[in-house]
Write a protein that binds this ligand. Structure first.
Ligand SMILES: NC(=O)c1ccc[n+]([C@@H]2O[C@H](COP(=O)([O-])OP(=O)(O)OC[C@H]3O[C@@H](n4cnc5c(N)ncnc54)[C@H](OP(=O)(O)O)[C@@H]3O)[C@@H](O)[C@H]2O)c1
Length: 226
């Protein structure tokens, strides 16, 4: 059993999630930030990959007071749980990820993470799952999330984690805000990076919706067919 998994990204017309500088370039329009906030408010948990977690230190909280109040009225905590997937965790105790909330926090990692780091995370009430092997077992992670009450998981990148989830058939839906700009850059992150697949192994999608946005971009929604 696994949660319903939904990837959301903001990308340029050439599919880039960031510039070659990898400094978390702004891509979303103001209207798109509100759409992402609504998606977070509908999720039980929001997940990021290790590079996004450690390099960008995202808060991953619901920004709108009204949306947090609506979650409360539905008997939910104000923010969805935050989930980080990282081979070797190296979070600072004062990081945004750990200190902005309130929110339940889960970290899936490997034995490459130091004992001191795990103790620090646990002292912040973080649930730490340590997988044997060189990487986190993503299918087992999904089962653990479902067992922990996460029914709807929103994945907010980056491209490496997105690809690894798509490749394993662990994604149900993708939404992308496509901004009217081009970053280029052979090494700039895209919606799905990793090693890639052959044409025969391509992940099939079904187009569900396309909505133009006020700034000349558009939002596209795909169902993943496997
Ligand atoms: N525009 C957007 O919507 C958006 C959203 C998010 C991120 N971004 C951008 O994307 C870039 C970061 O993306 P990224 O592709 O470099 O990294 P990423 O997907 O954020 O993180 C990849 C990392 O996840 C960890 N991981 C642990 N277990 C894994 C597993 N089984 N499979 C795959 N990954 C596993 C690894 O951590 P270790 O490194 O510890 O091995 C791996 O390096 C940044 O430039 C960020 O700004 C953009």
């Amino acid at each position: 059993m696994r949660p319903f998994v939904h990837i959301n990204v903001a990308m340029t017309a050439d599919g880039k999630l960031d510039t070659f500088e990898r400094r978390g370039a702004a891509i979303s329009s103001p209207g798109d930030k509100e759409r992402v906030d609504r998606l977070r408010a509908e999720a039980d948990a929001v997940m990021v990959g290790g590079r996004t977690l450690l390099d960008e230190d995202p808060k991953l909280t619901v920004k709108s007071e009204r949306l947090r109040a609506e979650r409360g009225a539905r008997g939910l905590p104000p923010n969805p749980a935050k989930v980080g997937v990282v081979t070797e965790a190296a979070l600072r105790p004062d990081s945004n990820f750990l200190t902005t909330g309130p929110a339940r926090i889960l970290i899936f990692t490997t034995s490459q993470t130091s004992r001191g780091q795990i103790e620090m995370l646990q002292s912040h009430a973080v649930q730490v799952f340590v997988h044997d092997g060189p990487q986190v077992d993503l299918a087992a992670m999904m089962e653990a999330l479902a067992a922990g009450g996460i029914q709807r998981l929103m994945v907010e990148g980056g491209g490496t984690l997105n690809f690894e989830l798509l490749k394993r058939g662990l994604v149900d839906e993708i939404t992308a805000y496509v901004a009217p700009m081009i970053f280029g850059g052979a090494h700039a992150p895209t919606l799905a990076d990793g090693l890639g697949v052959t044409r025969g192994e391509a992940v099939p999608l079904e187009l569900k919706q396309v909505n133009p946005s006020e700034d000349g971009g558009f939002v596209i929604r795909y169902q993943v067919l496997r």
